[in-house]
Write a protein that binds this ligand. Structure first.
Ligand code: FES
Ligand code: FES
Length: 156
């Protein structure tokens, strides 16, 4: 075991990890942030997406020991004092959530897009969430939700 500190959602967490332990498993099992979902565990579904220094990554493919100098943002870090982030609100309002398993990763991919490009085209939204699979919604409402959050102009 190796002792490291991870900065997640602005807070430092001291954890002991195995050299081969993924960021996904450490977030869920050692820090208790289960909003980040484990789907395939092989980098194919995007359910485990978190932001690493603002960029979306599949946390099942990252080793926890490799990200100890990074700022990690998970879905739990988006709401502000109990108020939903504009993307979370838009997903609710547009009916873009069914089972919800893909939603945390989808929202974080969308956040990374809107932080860089506050007024994306539909094609840019599709590209940004192309690594996030949804088995329920058919994507239309998800794209509408990201457009709606962008139109409100409050990506942060
Ligand atoms: S759980 Fe990481 S990409 Fe599917
Ligand atoms: S809402 Fe069920 S997988 Fe997307």
């Amino acid at each position: 075991m190796i002792s490291i500190e991870l900065k997640v959602n602005g807070e430092i967490h001291a954890v002991s990890v195995k050299p081969n332990e993924t960021l996904l498993d450490v977030l869920r099992d050692k820090i208790g942030l289960t909003g980040t979902k484990k789907g395939c565990d092989t980098g194919q579904c995007g359910a485990c997406t978190v932001l690493l220094d603002g960029k979306p990554v599949t946390s099942c493919l990252m080793l926890a020991i490799d990200v100890k100098k990074s700022e990690i943002l998970t879905i739990e870090g988006l709401a502000d004092n109990g108020s939903l982030h504009s993307l979370q609100e838009a997903f609710v309002n547009e009916g873009a959530v069914q089972c919800g398993y893909c939603t945390p990763g989808m929202i974080l991919s969308a956040k990374a897009l809107l932080d860089q490009n506050p007024h994306p085209s539909e094609g840019e939204i599709k590209e940004a969430i192309s690594g996030n699979l949804c088995r329920c919604t058919g994507y239309v409402k998800i794209i509408q939700a990201v457009s709606s959050a962008a139109a409100k102009g409050s990506a942060k």
